[in-house]
Design a protein around this ligand. Structure first.
Ligand code: ATP
Length: 368
């Protein structure tokens, strides 16, 4: 277990600022997910923590000790990459024992540790096989096993599941989270998949352009995105954004084809905010106004609404996703499956007042 502090950590490659002044202190045994689009600085951050890349500025501390200028082997950090890099000519056992031999552990101690770790990962039956005789998921487990067998203080995983098929990825996600919780090892996990970030992290760092846009729990990131980038990146299908004028008092935001109602918090924040704003509403917070639950619109019955014409209907099992063309552009909605949704039909969508986000049109920051 360890507490990691990233203190204004920065990295420039020539003119490219890959990571800019990243501040983060983990808790002991915390699972932190770095997420963001390609090129946002995730891997560079991990490589700096591992000691594979020097920092251009700032510091890294592990349990209070400054490791910024320390080599990778002195940091007690283990890293798993997306291409597992197992030694193909060695058995699973030998792959796992390798780094313990380098550390000159005794034969008996290595044997015990390899078997214990293999059992924890459910790969004890595979110890005598070579990597070529393993499935993708088994190979991934072995790679994890090899990284954790020496019980590092910090565990770094860079897109470790990207080579697995969708079903196995979901299984492995849950396994990795369980394993890290059991071992109580502080973990940094990189993904570009927002759903993976939401399901796995104690805390999520959403990065863009080398800058941490928001560091928060998954719930907070989803419920209270700090800016338009975070709001659009986290959540699937992505949030709808509508350029909005507003009425006196700020409780209603309107534009061509829509009239949305803000909850009390957003309304109060809007009173403090001059200038143009953008309304944000998640697809799952819209539903047909004429429907079984379309009437539940708050005490005065005055719901927000968006009107348009259905362009796409996409069944998703128990749910359905539709896209409608409005006078303010395309709007996506997702709700429980129902009949009577035909392409070309006009439709009015109702909105839940408390589920409205509002951003400053210029800075993109949330008004909250
Ligand atoms: P991906 O999801 O595609 O792996 P990432 O978020 O991990 O992306 P990084 O690999 O950290 O992003 O790269 C951040 C920025 O730094 C990018 O603009 C990249 O081109 C640049 N970069 C990374 N490594 C180097 C390097 N060795 N030399 C020059 N530029 C680099």
């Amino acid at each position: 277990m360890a507490i990691i502090e990233l203190d204004r950590l920065s990295k420039a490659f020539g003119g490219v600022n890959a990571v800019r002044s990243l501040d983060l202190t983990t808790e002991d045994g915390e699972f932190v997910v770095l997420v963001g689009p390609s090129g946002c600085g995730k891997t560079t951050t991990m490589r700096m923590i591992a000691g594979l890349e020097g920092a251009s500025g700032g510091a890294i501390r592990i349990d209070g000790q400054d490791v910024t200028d320390m080599g990778p082997t002195d940091r007690d950090v283990a890293m798993v990459f997306q291409n597992y890099a197992l030694y193909p000519h060695l058995t699973v056992y030998e792959n796992m024992a390798f780094c313990l031999r380098v550390r000159r552990w005794s034969k008996a101690r290595i044997d015990e540790q390899v078997h214990r770790t293999a059992k924890a990962l459910g790969i004890d039956e595979l110890l005598q096989r070579k990597p070529a005789a393993l499935s993708g998921g088994q190979r991934q487990r072995v790679a994890l096993g090899r990284a954790i067998v020496r019980e590092p203080r910090v565990f770094l995983m860079d897109e470790p599941l990207s080579n697995l098929d969708a079903k196995l990825r979901i299984e492995m996600r849950a396994e990795i989270v369980k394993l890290c919780r059991r071992l109580k090892v502080t973990t940094f996990y990189v993904t570009h998949d927002q759903l993976e970030a939401l399901t796995m992290g104690h805390r999520i760092v959403v990065m863009q352009g080398g800058v941490a846009q928001q560091i928060d729990t998954p719930q907070k990131i989803y419920d209270e995105p700090a800016n338009r980038f975070v709001a659009g990146f986290i959540g699937s299908p992505p949030m709808n954004f509508l350029d909005a004028g507003r009425t006196e008092g700020g409780a209603t935001l309107q534009g061509p084809g829509f009239r949305l109602r803000a909850g009390p918090r957003v309304t109060a924040a809007l009173r403090e905010q001059a200038g143009p704003v953008v309304a944000g509403i998640r697809p799952e917070h819209l539903r047909p106004a004429e429907g079984p639950d379309g009437a539940a619109e708050g005490p005065d019955g005055a719901a927000g609404s968006i009107t348009g014409r259905i362009e796409i209907v996409e069944p998703l099992g128990s749910q359905v996703m539709i896209q409608i063309a409005t006078d303010s552009g395309l709007v996506t909605a997702q709700f429980e499956r129902r009949d009577g949704l035909a392409v070309g039909n006009p439709i009015t969508l109702a909105q839940t007042p408390d589920m409205l986000h509002v951003f400053d049109a210029t800075s993109g920051r949330s008004v909250l």
